[in-house]
Ligand binder design. Structure first.
Ligand code: SAH
Length: 198
C-alpha cells in the first residue's frame, strides 16, 4: 500500500482513514479495509497468480494487487459503471501505466456477480461490495487452494473468507462485521429503475 499513492485514486482527503465518494453511488474504501483485504489474501498470492477484484471502483486495490505479483501474474478488475471503468484506468495510468501496458492489470466492464471466466481460475478473489448471498459463479471461478474475501449481507454484513479446499468443497470463516455499498445491478445503484420510464 505504501508503494501506491492514494492521491492518484481518491478525489479528496486521500490519506484519511475513511471511505471517500467517487461518484455513481461508489466509494474508494477506507485504507484500513483495503489493508484488511490484502492481509487476508496475501498468503494465497504468488508471483504468477491470477486475481479477480470485483467492484474495482477507483482501481486503488487492483493496483495494490498488481504490486504483489510478477509480470506473469494478472489482476482483473471488474466494474459495472462505465464511468468508473474509465476513471480507474485514468487513475492507474497516473500511478503506473506500465502495468496496463504489459497486461498485468486488466480492467473490464461487466457484472462482477458473474465473475470473469476468461481468466479463471483465480487464486484470490476480492469483492469490494456487499452481496446479499454468496455468488456461486465466483466460487466456481476460484482455484483449488484459492481464497475469496467478500462482504455478505444486507442490513447486517459480515466479511467472509472462503477457502476452496477441493473442487467441490469450500470452508467459510467469518472475519468481522463490515459496512459496504451493495453488490447490485447497475440500475439499482444509479437509481434508474425501469418503472421510472413507465
Ligand atoms: N474497491 C473499490 C470500490 C469499492 S465501492 C475501491 O476501493 O475503490 C464498490 C464498487 O463495486 C463500486 O465501484 C460499484 O460500482 C461496484 N459494484 C457494485 N455492484 C457491482 C456489480 N454487480 N458488478 C461490478 N461492480 C459492482
Amino acid at each position: 500500500m505504501l508503494s501506491v499513492d492514494r492521491a492518484d485514486f481518491a478525489p479528496s482527503n486521500p490519506y484519511s482513514d475513511s471511505p471517500i465518494g467517487i461518484g455513481h453511488g461508489a466509494t474508494i474504501s477506507a485504507p484500513h479495509m483495503h489493508a484488511t483485504a490484502l492481509h487476508y489474501l496475501e498468503d494465497v498470492i504468488k508471483n504468477d497468480s491470477h486475481i479477480l477484484d470485483v467492484g474495482s471502483g477507483s482501481g486503488y486495490l487492483t493496483m495494490c494487487f498488481a504490486k504483489m505479483i510478477g509480470p506473469n501474474g494478472k489482476v482483473v478488475g471488474i466494474e459495472h459503471i462505465p464511468e468508473l471503468v474509465e476513471l480507474s484506468i485514468k487513475n492507474i495510468k497516473k500511478s503506473d501505466a506500465s502495468l496496463l501496458e504489459n497486461g498485468v492489470i486488466k480492467i473490464v466492464e461487466g457484472d462482477g456477480r458473474e465473475g470473469y471466466p476468461k481468466e479463471a481460475p483465480y487464486d484470490a478473489i476480492h469483492v469490494g461490495a456487499a452481496a446479499p448471498e454468496l455468488p456461486s459463479q465466483l466460487i466456481d471461478q476460484l482455484a483449488v487452494g484459492g481464497r475469496m474475501v467478500i462482504p455478505v449481507g444486507t442490513n447486517y454484513q459480515e466479511f467472509l473468507q472462503i477457502d476452496k479446499t477441493a473442487p467441490d468443497k469450500v470452508e467459510k470463516k467469518t472475519l468481522m462485521g463490515v459496512m459496504y455499498v451493495p453488490l447490485t445491478s447497475r440500475d439499482q445503484q444509479t437509481g434508474i429503475r425501469t418503472r421510472d420510464f413507465l
